[in-house]
Design a binder for this molecule. Structure first.
Ligand code: KG4
Ligand code: ZN
Length: 358
């Protein structure tokens, strides 16, 4: 089954064709990064106008790269929410129009489900993904721990109570005078930094909780940077590197501690990292280290033997971690397969900025 996916929930205009939820036939992304660089973040109206300009050429390009026409496509999938309303509307309108004009089913997809399915892209039938899966979705807008028992069964175990990890990366990058989006810049300078120089606060929200909070960490970095400015003026290269490395280490430590505890508690077969921040090398390394160990410390600080040895996965291609339409087409395929009748006659959808997955 060939699905044309469309994604416009934030600042990427994207379209892709994916076969049977795993084989990426084409994957086109028009990034608005240079446009938002000046403001250091996304201005919704600016993003929406750019989507209007890019959506038709991007869809055309995805079909052309795949060597296909609309008649070769079996269904159209689109991100329905969550996201910026003015951005979502452009993708949903384009997808509904294509579905109606070509009489194809329309499959609305939750953006977070899309991020989760990025791990199915380019996956091999010889290495099948097995449920139950613990997924940590970490992006600019979301930070959630999800227990996935089947393709349509998602249980929320914990989420951020304030900022998402990606948002914290973006803010810290701005404080350190690095570029937008911040994650890749912080990760780059952190490579030569000392992760132990700053002892930033790790917020566990009660160690048995699976919720997250990164606003205190953000404030701690802000205070440290202010103090350094007052003392020494311009930030030195080594200060920036050490601060970035210490911040990154703190975020990854909290995220992977909770990941490990949840994996142990729910005895999952697999642990997946998803979303923009899952591109982070240190996060992947630390998750692998912790999941690979025999023992861990529980919320009382007691040494406990790990009850499972789950398989760790993240996207096969780093470009699948951040927003793209291939992940939307993949999620659509697996949801469609579970209940085709609920989509067959569906040619229309409404954008929903606060759409929930649970
Ligand atoms: O999933 P995504 O493209 O958009 C949302 O749905 O929010 O995630 C974007 C976020 C940004 O905050 C960006 O700074 C972060 O992912 N990010 C990273 C890395 N690459 C992207 N954070 C840490 N390390 C990276 N290598
Ligand atoms: Zn996203």
């Amino acid at each position: 089954m060939r699905i044309l996916g469309i994604e416009t929930s934030c600042d990427e205009t994207a379209a892709a064709v994916v076969e049977d939820g795993t084989r990426v036939v084409s994957n086109v992304i028009a990034s608005q990064i240079p446009l938002h660089h000046k403001t250091g973040g996304v201005v919704p109206e600016v993003a929406a106008r750019e989507h209007v300009l890019k959506i038709v050429p991007v869809v055309d390009e995805a079909l052309e790269q795949a060597g296909l026409k609309m008649e070769d496509i079996d269904a159209v999938a689109v991100t329905q929410g969550p996201g910026l309303l003015s951005s979502l509307i452009i993708g949903v309108s384009a997808a509904s129009t294509l579905a109606i004009a070509n009489n194809k089913p329309l499959i609305p997809v939750n953006h977070i489900a899309g991020h989760i399915y990025a791990n199915w892209l380019d996956s091999s039938p010889e290495d099948p993904i097995e449920f139950p899966i613990l997924v940590m979705t970490v992006s600019g807008g979301h930070n959630e721990l999800v227990l996935m028992k089947s393709h349509t069964n998602y249980e929320l175990l914990g989420e951020t109570l304030d900022d998402a990890a990606g948002e914290a990366f973006d803010k810290v990058a701005r404080l350190l005078g690095l570029g937008y989006p911040g994650g890749p810049h912080v990760a780059r300078v952190a490579e030569v930094g000392n992760p132990k120089r700053f002892d930033f606060p790790r917020a566990y929200m009660g160690k048995s909780s699976f919720d997250f909070s990164f606003s205190g960490l953000k404030t701690a970095v802000l205070n440290a940077v202010k103090e350094e400015h007052d003392k020494n003026g311009e930030l030195s290269k080594s200060y920036i590197a050490d601060c970035a490395a210490s911040f990154q280490e703190t975020v990854c430590d909290v995220l992977t501690d909770k990941l490990l505890r949840a994996a142990n508690q729910y005895k999952v077969k697999e642990v997946h990292l998803a979303g923009g921040v899952s591109a982070n090398k240190r996060l992947r390394e630390m998750a692998a280290e912790k999941i690979g160990q025999k023992y861990f410390h529980d919320h009382n600080g007691k040494k406990v033997k790990l009850s499972t040895k789950p398989k760790l996965r993240y996207a096969n291609n780093i470009s699948y971690c951040t927003d793209n339409a291939a992940m939307i087409a993949s999620a659509a395929f697996f949801h469609f397969k579970k209940a085709p009748d609920s989509y067959i006659k569906n040619l229309n959808a409404l954008a929903d900025p606060s759409l929930s997955l649970y």
